[in-house]
Design a protein around this ligand. Structure first.
Ligand code: AMP
Length: 286
């Protein structure tokens, strides 16, 4: 195995400096580990576009809404290292919580409107934790390019806005969502689903796909699109819907009329597991 696991900031910085001296473009793929093909797609893309690829694996305590979810989050560093190695990563930066947060924190990245609705509404403080840790990781790795999945569309929008507002010298690259054959978006949290729950988990994909088709067919009312999505979700008895929204694709704010492309996004609970997914809805040209 040629990929090395690096637990300290100092060692990671030394390796990145060395790569930069060799004239290599630096790519970063931030993750929380338990790597799957969704992460794999990001790493492969980074490998194609960059000379030195850093995968970060850090289960960030400050973006979880409860200690139970944080402690239950899957962790598999040895498997992650082998996975990253197979896809050609150069380094896996896997710091401890103490390495990342050695002291009580006093400084944070405050997020605005783009972080307020959907995930922001149901997970208070989540995007403040995300923005702050992504800022730290970007400062630690100092990549030329950083890769994020469309699976977490609001996260990409929040990161893009932060990078723009705070002038981070990095290009944000967005990679399409990788799905199972029935449409379920790959997620580390899927590992927690039992067989029956796994069958139910496809509900959100089905609802998004129905909404996407409805919009492609000319439906311009978000209320109507949401009604149809709710009908699809109601067919799955074990599923509780947290939200299903039709949002502006850049601002991520709710819309009352569909004029151009929209971000369709939802969150559901299947048992104790919370799943999110999204798609772009594109109306026909008038
Ligand atoms: P996570 O480890 O869940 O925080 O995800 C790390 C990165 O991988 C984020 O940028 C995610 O959006 C991305 N990602 C997670 N699942 C998928 C997927 N199914 N397809 C594409 N990207 C994904």
């Amino acid at each position: 195995m040629s990929t090395v696991a690096v637990p300290t900031i100092a060692d990671l910085r030394r390796r990145v400096r060395e790569a930069r001296r060799r004239g290599l473009v630096i790519g970063a793929v931030p993750t929380m580990g338990a790597l799957h093909e969704g992460h794999g797609r990001l790493i492969e893309r980074a490998r194609q576009e960059c000379g030195f690829v850093v995968v970060t694996v850090f289960v960030n305590p400050t973006q979880f809404n409860g200690p139970a979810d944080y402690s239950r989050y899957p962790r598999a560093l040895d498997a992650d290292l082998a996975f990253a190695d197979a896809r050609g990563a150069d380094v896996v930066f896997a710091p401890s919580a103490e390495e990342m947060y050695p002291r009580p924190r006093q400084t944070f990245v405050e997020t605005g409107e783009v972080a307020e609705f959907m995930e922001g509404r149901f997970r208070p403080g989540h995007f403040r934790g995300v923005a702050t840790v992504v800022a730290k990781l970007l400062n630690i790795v100092a990549p030329d390019r950083a890769y994020f999945g469309q699976k977490d569309a609001q996260q990409v929008a929040v990161v893009r806005r932060m990078v723009d507002d705070l002038n981070f010298p990095v290009e944000i690259v967005e990679v399409g969502t990788v799905r199972e054959s029935d449409g379920l978006a790959l997620s580390s949290r899927n590992a927690r689903l039992g067989a029956e729950q796994r069958r139910m988990a496809v509900a959100l994909y089905e609802a998004l796909d129905a909404a996407r088709k409805q919009i492609a067919g000319g439906e311009r009312s978000p209320a109507e699109v949401k009604r149809c999505a709710a009908e699809v979700l109601a067919r799955y008895s074990g599923v509780r819907t947290e939200y299903f929204e039709v949002a502006d694709p850049v601002r991520l704010t709710p819309l009352d009329h569909i004029e151009g492309p929209v971000r369709l996004a939802g969150a559901i609970w299947v048992g104790q597991t919370r799943l999110i997914d999204n798609m772009l809805g594109v109306p026909p040209a008038r």
